[in-house]
Design a protein around this ligand. Structure first.
Ligand code: SF4
Length: 336
């Protein structure tokens, strides 16, 4: 019988599978045949990080190839802001959207902060301007203005204090006043208003990812997946939050999954958040009717590599804005 010879020259000269340890972190998400191309960018990024003394801050909504391989500090807006204030790197690359890069720059005025794509914006940040804030202050004299971190530095500069979805209630109640203006996310403001006695004056901004979820989505999920646990981000409409099992910030949702270990779960939030959490808990069944954030998805391994190679695009903030905006962020970090 003819014996097949497996040790052909082609096999002997095949390059070794690249970065196997990093691949093991994402193998349930990235097909094996796609990995060598990604690994080429990842290896270049790791080398550039060492050469530049750079760190990459990666938001939970980044794709797993970024979040689980090149991100040095990963988390939600609050975690990234906190950690940005602690890093001793010379260069910060923000794998996220522009307002996050601005926040990192506010907290690290002496460091170089890069964003791989200047067009990585946010529908909430785009919903309000500094002039709008001045108008609200004139209309409601003496009422403190609490601004969600999902805003430009110019808007933060007109505010009294910032908040995130994770600390909004604590910040608002910590002010010790009966009434606050909370901008710009209408749904977050209404969801927090339902939990506190403080009167909240809201704006009409929405997150284009979370506003698309509906109560009908929840009912359909419960019908098609009996026993499912449904988590929602508080940027979702209040009618959605009212029907879910738990509503919380990005970090709070991840903690809930880790602690409660629901056998079957859905996260009503951005798609990559589910993907990243699912990779951490392979024993849980994640149903994923998610919505993509087109702004977050502008960041790729390729443009992170390009950012570090060319040191672009550098985020700068005019000093007269930066000083006041920094105070609003630092007041938030001092409270929570
Ligand atoms: S998910 Fe929503 S809040 Fe976050 S960056 Fe995208 S548009 Fe903005």
């Amino acid at each position: 019988m003819e014996q097949r010879v497996l040790d052909t020259p082609a096999i002997r000269t095949a390059p070794p599978f690249p970065l196997p340890e990093l691949y093991s972190r994402v193998e349930r998400h990235v097909p094996r045949f796609e990995w060598p191309i990604m690994a080429d960018d990842i290896a270049a990024i790791l080398k550039l990080k060492r050469e530049r003394n750079a760190v990459i801050l990666a938001h939970n909504y980044q794709t797993p190839d970024i979040f689980h391989t090149v991100g040095d500090i990963v988390g939600d807006s609050l975690a990234l802001a906190r950690e940005a204030a602690r890093t001793d790197a010379d260069v910060i690359v923000l794998a996220g959207v522009h307002f996050m890069a601005e926040t990192a720059k506010l907290l690290n005025p002496g460091k170089t902060v890069l964003i791989p794509d200047l067009e990585a914006g946010c529908s909430l940040a785009a919903s309000i301007t500094a002039a709008d804030i001045r108008l609200m202050r004139a209309r409601h004299p003496g009422v403190p203005i609490v601004t969600y971190v999902n805003t430009s530095a110019a808007v933060k500069a007109e505010s009294d204090i910032c908040c995130t979805s994770g600390n909004a209630k604590k910040i608002i109640e910590g002010l010790g006043v009966p009434k606050v203006i909370m901008l710009p996310d209408e749904y977050l403001a209404r969801n927090i208003a339902a939990q506190t006695k403080v009167e909240i004056i809201a704006w009409t901004g929405h997150c284009e990812v979370h506003e698309r979820f509906t109560p009908e989505d929840i009912r359909t999920l419960r019908e098609t997946h009996p026993g499912i646990t449904i988590l929602a981000h508080p940027e979702c409409p209040p009618e959605v939050v009212a029907e879910c099992d738990f509503a919380g910030s990005t970090a709070a949702m991840a903690d809930y999954v880790g602690q409660k270990r629901p056998a079957r779960v859905v996260l009503l939030t951005e798609c990559s958040m589910s993907d990243n959490v699912a990779l951490q808990y392979p024993d849980l069944d994640f149903i994923r009717p998610c919505n993509l954030c087109p702004h977050m998805k502008r960041i790729t391994l390729k443009n992170i590599r390009h950012a570090l190679e060319t040191m672009t695009h550098e985020v700068t903030i005019a000093p007269e804005i930066a000083d006041r905006a920094r105070q609003a962020v630092e007041r938030m970090l001092a409270i929570g």
